[in-house]
Design a protein around this ligand. Sequence first.
Ligand SMILES: Nc1ncnc2c1ncn2[C@@H]1O[C@H](COP(=O)(O)OP(=O)(O)OP(=O)(O)O)[C@@H](O)[C@H]1O
Length: 627
Amino acid sequence: MTDASTTPPKTPPPPPPASLTYGSKFAENPLEGARFGAMARRLPSVLAHTARKAWEVDKQAAVLLLACQIFTGIAAAVVLATTARAMTHILGGGTVSERLHGALPALVVVTLAAGVGRMCSLLSSYTDGRITPLLTTDADVALVAAVLRVESSAYGRDGFADQQEAAEIGVTRTRLMVQDAQRFTAALVRMVAAGGVITVLHPLLLPVLLLAVLPAGVGAVLSARVDYRTHFLNLGDRNVRAMMRSWSTHARFGDEVRANSMTDYQIYWYRALSERIDQRTLKAVPQMLRIQTASSALGGFFLMCTWATLAGLAITGRIALPIAATAVVAVQTAVAALTQVVIQGAALFHTSLYLVDMRAFLDLADELAPKRGALTIPERIEEIRIDEAVYHYPGKEEPAVAGVSLTLRRGEILALVGENGSGKSTLARLITGIVLPDKGAVQFDGINLADAAPSSVWSRTSLVPQNFACWPLRARENVTLGQPRTHDDGPVWKAIDAVGMREEVEKLPQGLDTLLARELFGGAELSGGQWQRLVCSRALYRQTPIVILDEPTSQMDARGEHAIFQQIKQIAPHCMTVVVTHQLENTRLADRILVMDKGRVIEQGTYDELVHAGGQFADLVALAKDR
Ligand SMILES: Nc1ncnc2c1ncn2[C@@H]1O[C@H](COP(=O)(O)OP(=O)(O)OP(=O)(O)O)[C@@H](O)[C@H]1O
């Protein structure tokens, strides 16, 4: 028996993942309100786009694909027309052997034409196999390049991540683009051929036949709409789920997850989010069933009407028996082709929706690419000047940097200090030209960064960011990344020596050639501090006139930190150095310290001046000592 008063309270269940809904101008599903006609009108442009893309990546295969489509149509027409001739003989007068003998040439032609048709279909699959991987890579690379080229501020823009996720689906769908287009045009060509033959046999058959297939077309388009709507509603959740999956299953964060007993919650969270996505998907299933049942029933009814019309025409003697027999084959061919036209047309339309998302994202990325000037920053820079710079992050009311002015000269070391969120990293980003101020200006030797080519600006800067990437590349590339000079390892070792990492790198299984990713075959892993030293060595290797170090030694031991600050002193005369740090003792080496608060500079001076000034800096130094 348990005493209720001593039973520990039951832990409440964890909250479900936050429900993510669009609340922005991207909240509009482009399909809402789109009509059947508008969708049908889109198909030619999708076909033209596919053909253009196929032509760009493999001209030979594109021509072969086109030829196959034309020959498929010709073969289908020949099969049907020649079947009519064969039927005339088979159902005509004479003995069986005489009738067969008469029909033989036509039957040979039918067999040959059918063989050509089959051959064309095989060749089409072959060309699709040649074109599709190239097209997919093209789309994938275009997407990665577009994301890499946008202004950094775009990442924080409303809806950017979701639009990127939608575009990613577009890349996946590119795999189906050629196949859908090829199947659609093959069916269209077969349908035109069969339709032509049927019209020649009797003009009444074609309209009845069209009625039989139209419901399937409408059904397929409606299904595509339901499917896309589900996809659209799930977009935000899927985006977060993908991020969560990548973080929670990454080896690098494995310890944090386990030792903080996050595992069960993460699984619960992941499952809960997946179930929410599933619920939306499952909601669409009965809708799909209703659409398909209605379209099949209607289509079946009209098909019966077609057969009844044909029977009526034959019974009343308005078409001869051999013609009626040919019409049976032609109707069957046309029904199959028409069904394929509508199904493949809907599939193509469906794929086009995702391709439109991809195109829209690429256009957006284009729009968000730097629109700065083309001026070149000289190799040697004497002065950085910031005039009343203000910067707001998208969606934030308070500016992260609220009117900062400063001048930094060659040979100077500037330290930025202040409490969390005071705007130090943002000011460092402004100095590096990663973001441009909303108001005011940042100038390198009189050149406003808004007028300079970004690549020219960044070829003059080295940045050790607060959160750096541990690139799964070889040790050498981790130093030279962004500035590869692989013909000689001398400068690489010099940079590695400068951060005191030679021994560790030499001990790696393949030295500089070691892949720094434990999770990949043959890879090795560094400690947090060793990674940070390597990132600092990259900044030293670049030998640029501007060096920005945002908490560069936060993970280092005393020896590492000492080595880095020695290096900073050593390179300082040749460049302008900005160090963001919370280790106030380290600011002693700075020529000037800027103390930031709420995006403003509230104090500045040398260490000795500030420590005796009785301001925030002195307070922070006192707090650091009072531990
Ligand atoms: N990418 C971002 N998007 C939106 N707001 C941001 C972003 N980065 C920073 N901020 C906001 O800008 C303000 C200044 O941030 P910043 O990173 O410059 O501060 P900091 O002084 O470097 O802080 P810390 O000492 O914690 O590194 C903060 O209020 C922060 O929330």
